[in-house]
Design a protein around this ligand. Structure first.
Ligand code: ADP
Ligand code: MG
Length: 287
């Protein structure tokens, strides 16, 4: 039978905005010694701003509006940011086929033209030659009917508590922090260095994130547990694969919340160390 104090522990956690889906997860949390994070929306705000527009031939506004329009067919934080920044694009063009391309970008038919917006991996797959971009952020490359039309640089910022969250995990005795992201290494390395994250893996497709987590799981000792923290639709398989999946609940996707074992109600990464501490306190009482 499950001791009553387990429920008291779960109750205490939920009052702190940490929803634990079962008493067994309190034990797993207490033993977490690797914490792996998704980047966008988890350690960073997931709110992007346009920092530069470099069209090949179109004018800047035209390229920006084309990209913003196509992003209406994606649910990625990049898409949500552009939709909010350029709401006038709504319903101004005729709707054709559209497709979300996980880890790559988005495709849509706009006024009879085929438009792709995404990273260099997408351009490569399409056989479209892109121009290198000297801007520091995430880059949206735009191709229309198979022709390169330029790129848009966008930037996100780390959440105010992310650095403290990593520090607190270290203080709580977590041995290793890891960041997994589909974003390019230039952006990922910078964020990891700023936050003092031990290991960073970038330019990963969603399935590569699952493989990375499996690799990390294989390298663990028998009593070591791996937690993964994410918020996106693409994170659901990784959340399910980790010893313990932690979802950012407020901004996160339903799929992520569904797949997670623990849900953080206010999207604050500092709550992860709090959750680990609470679970250990609860176990000390039980054991
Ligand atoms: P993350 O680890 O940041 O959650 P994703 O796997 O969701 O990464 O996406 C990886 C990369 O794919 C992004 O950094 C971006 O370059 C590209 N990408 C994904 N979705 C979109 C989109 N809707 N529009 C443009 N680019 C996108
Ligand atoms: Mg993500």
């Amino acid at each position: 039978s499950i001791p009553l104090s387990f429920f008291a522990g779960i109750g205490g956690a939920s009052r702190a905005g940490i929803l634990v889906k079962g008493s067994n997860f309190m034990e797993t949390l207490a033993d977490a010694d690797t914490v792996a994070f998704d980047k966008t929306g988890t350690l960073t705000r997931g709110v992007f701003e346009v920092t530069a527009v470099h069209p090949r031939e179109m004018d800047e506004r035209e390229l920006l509006h084309m990209a913003a329009h196509v992003e209406r067919y994606s649910t990625h934080p990049i898409a949500n940011s552009l939709r909010l920044a350029y709401p006038e694009e709504a319903d101004s063009c005729s709707v054709g086929r559209s497709e979300e391309l996980p880890g790559e970008g988005v495709f849509a038919e706009v006024n009879g033209h085929k438009v792709w917006v995404g990273n260099t991996r997408l351009m490569e797959r399409l056989g479209v030659r892109w121009t290198e971009c000297e801007e520091p952020g995430t880059i949206l490359h735009v191709a229309i009917d198979g022709t390169y039309e330029g790129h848009i640089a966008i930037a996100d910022v780390v959440k105010p508590h992310s650095a403290a969250a990593i520090r607190e995990l270290k203080r709580a005795g977590v041995k290793q922090t890891v960041m997994l992201t589909g974003d390019r290494s230039r952006v990922a390395d910078r964020v990891a260095a700023d936050l003092q994250i031990d290991r960073v893996y970038s330019e990963l497709l969603p399935q590569n994130k699952v493989e990375k987590v499996e690799e990390l799981l294989r390298s663990q000792g028998p009593k070591e547990r791996l937690a993964f923290v994410g918020d996106g639709i693409n994170d659901a398989p990784v959340l399910a694969r980790a010893d313990i999946g932690i979802a950012m609940g407020a901004m996160g996707s339903d799929a992520a919340v569904e797949a997670a074992d623990v849900v953080l109600m206010d999207d604050d990464p500092l709550q992860i160390a709090t959750a680990i501490r609470l679970s250990r306190k609860c176990l000390r009482i039980v054991r």
